[in-house]
Design a protein around this ligand. Structure first.
Ligand SMILES: Cc1ncc(COP(=O)(O)O)c(C=O)c1O
Length: 435
């Protein structure tokens, strides 16, 4: 069948060639509209990206202004006011009085891969040439490109590409949702499992551990138990590993704190960001490095053999700088915490009436619902919601550690109380008519 012979011709190699994708023509606030006039409440901000909402003229103006000044200058040769402004804004937000340094990328997978290369680079600077492994957790999702997929603890997504994935990526067993918690000795069974994994491969062969401080699509809204991340950080540092927080989905307000690591009272050595960093108005990602690591890098040759053509693209950088100003000026972090707790409460009420929801978990406007252990149930919930005009994000992690299939809910951070009620009403209707 050629495109011309289809009822609506398309030459796009879509993700699913058998699906007929609605055509989105515009968006406004928490809503998207298709060419048939149907309104969708964007209950997942796409893939938890559109934190500022859709159709913002202030974002469009910042973009247009930058494109009219200069749209491209290679970071091999130049810096730009937009990139400098973004990095200053990040440091101000994250660092308080301590500086943090931004290495720009074009998205989350690039950020994760850059972080992996950077921790290896630092190991080499330290003379620790044997440190080449990266520890992460099952289940987790750290990205789609081969390196980031190898980091991900996602056996289903990895399966077709396993022969292409490097052996340096080691996955610790799931952090238990029902862990007995950190004991008086500062440890717990989950931490002992990490120690065992380090011992099995040799702790001095690891450059870093990477984790999602609040899990995204692989484990919708799961948050490690209190004290775990702090103890893991101590364990990592004792053994010479750096701690990388993957804040691609969580960073800059999504979970009701600036960083999801703030729920654990810990700042990592470095972290990745993307998605909410630019609110979806332009492709943007970053690796953000602590001042202490920066000093170490400065003590070496100073150069890092890495870079992408679009790293630090001035339009993307301007967009991200503007997005962070809006997060600050509109108090979107506090709003995410407030609206998130209303959403969480409403989901608990829905769970009481719809037994298909087994558990509600998450922080701020990043909430997950864990469903009855019925194969294909998450897709049915997402599909039913879609028919009712509500967009949800299908989790894809393996059902490990007691998890069932799950769905992520994460509307734009600008959502108000009426929006939360509308979302919950639509979800209620959708759950009531699952086929
Ligand atoms: C935690 C996490 N890391 C990395 C990525 C990959 O980011 P991107 O899709 O921008 O490459 C994602 C995307 O969903 C993510 O949720």
């Amino acid at each position: 069948m050629t495109p011309e012979s289809q009822d609506r011709p398309s030459w796009v190699l879509h993700r699913d060639l058998h699906r007929r994708y609605p055509v989105i023509t515009h968006g406004s606030g928490i809503n998207l509209y298709d060419d048939a006039g149907k309104c969708y409440l964007d209950g997942s901000s796409g893939a938890l990206v559109a934190n500022l909402g859709h159709g913002r003229h202030d974002m469009a103006a910042a973009m247009a202004e930058q494109a009219g000044q200069v749209a491209y200058a290679h970071t091999l040769t130049f810096t730009t006011p937009a990139l400098e402004e973004l990095a200053r804004e990040v440091s101000t937000l994250v660092g308080d009085s301590v500086p943090w340094y931004t290495y720009p990328t074009s998205g989350g997978s690039e950020a994760v891969e850059t972080a992996v290369k950077l921790v290896r680079h630092i190991a080499l600077l330290r003379g620790a040439t044997g440190r080449h492994r990266i520890l992460s957790f099952r289940p987790s999702y750290h990205g789609n490109s081969l390196g980031a997929l190898a980091v991900s603890g996602d056996p289903v997504r990895q399966a077709p590409y396993r022969p292409l994935l490097g052996p340096a990526f080691v996955h610790a067993p799931p952090i238990s949702e029902n862990c007995s918690g950190i004991g008086a000795d500062g440890s717990c069974p989950c931490l002992i499992a990490v120690e065992d994994t380090l011992r099995e491969y040799g702790a001095d062969t690891f450059a870093a551990v990477i984790l999602e401080p609040v899990s995204g699509s692989a484990r919708s809204g799961f948050t490690p138990h209190e004290g775990f991340v702090a103890s893991l950080t101590r364990l990592a540092h004792r053994n010479g590993l750096l701690v990388v927080a993957d804040e691609v989905m969580t960073g800059f307000g999504r979970t009701g704190k600036l960083l999801a690591m703030d729920h654990h009272g810990v700042r990592p050595d470095l972290f990745t960001a993307a998605k909410g960093l630019s609110g979806g108005y332009a492709p943007m990602g970053a690796v953000i490095v602590s001042g202490a690591l920066y000093q170490e890098l400065l003590g070496g040759p100073g150069s890092f053999l890495n870079g992408f053509t679009y790293s630090g693209n001035p339009v993307s950088a301007r967009v991200a700088a503007k997005a962070l100003q809006i997060v600050r000026d509109e108090n979107l972090v506090a709003r995410s915490a407030d609206m998130g707790s209303r959403l969480h409460q409403g989901l608990l009420e829905l769970a009481a009436r719809h037994p298909v929801i087994r558990r509600v978990r998450g922080r701020g406007l990043m909430q997950g619902i864990v469903l009855e252990q019925i194969s294909g149930i998450a897709a049915r919930v997402v599909e039913s919601a879609f028919e009712h005009g509500l967009i949800l994000y299908h989790g894809h992690g393996a059902a490990e550690g007691g998890d069932g299939e799950h769905v992520l809910i994460g509307p734009p951070l600008i959502i108000d109380v009426d929006g939360i009620h509308r979302l919950l009403d639509l979800l209620d209707q959708a759950l009531g008519s699952i086929r």
